[in-house]
Write a protein that binds this ligand. Sequence first.
Ligand SMILES: CC(C)(COP(=O)(O)OP(=O)(O)OC[C@H]1O[C@@H](n2cnc3c(N)ncnc32)[C@H](O)[C@@H]1OP(=O)(O)O)[C@@H](O)C(=O)NCCC(=O)NCCS
Length: 186
Amino acid sequence: MTLLISEATIDDAAALAECAAITFPLACPPGSLPEDIRQHIGTELSTGRFEAQIAAPGRTILCLREDGRIMGYSMVVLDQPTDTEVLAALSHSPVVELSKFYVHPDHHGRGSAATLMTATLDLAAQSGLPGIWLGVNQENARALRFYTKSGFRIVGTKRFHLGTRFEDDYTLEQALPVNARAGTAA
Ligand SMILES: CC(C)(COP(=O)(O)OP(=O)(O)OC[C@H]1O[C@@H](n2cnc3c(N)ncnc32)[C@H](O)[C@@H]1OP(=O)(O)O)[C@@H](O)C(=O)NCCC(=O)NCCS
């Protein structure tokens, strides 16, 4: 298995949307409505949406590639949170947001997610900002365990709007190394 991690380009948008359609449902709690999940995939995770995010300043998508196929991706964002619950929970400011982190099920439990996380945290550290945060569904035990193993800790709760319902998330954060080289990440 040869894995390669590199930044997404506009040519990756359709493959990212394909990977997202497989992986996003895995992050949803059992009670989520299938039509809400479908709608979220069709709007927020479409090829066009990925094209816009790849082109947008202040955000970077990393692709986990195996033999040219995208088997996972992460997205870091330099925009600062506006959600008051998140702001109250975080101990670092300003922060990088780990906005998306998804790995194809064929790669679960194989260390691929850790490889992607290492590259993602390296990229985030290059921003020179002191911390990184994310939101994850409270029922997503596998992701919670993975994020905890990766150095994050739960600092609060927030709500995530999925279709017609609000889902309950945890807010997690971790410090980024202060001596990281400041550059042009994300
Ligand atoms: C989250 C994700 C990236 C983690 O990658 P992974 O390869 O599954 O992670 P790992 O196998 O390294 O770690 C998962 C841990 O959770 C544990 N785990 C698995 N299922 C679990 C469950 N139902 N309850 C509790 N822990 C569980 C595993 O045993 C492992 O812990 P361990 O190493 O201490 O044994 C991947 O599962 C994924 O992409 N999931 C779908 C999308 C998603 O949920 N993304 C996060 C959105 S916020």
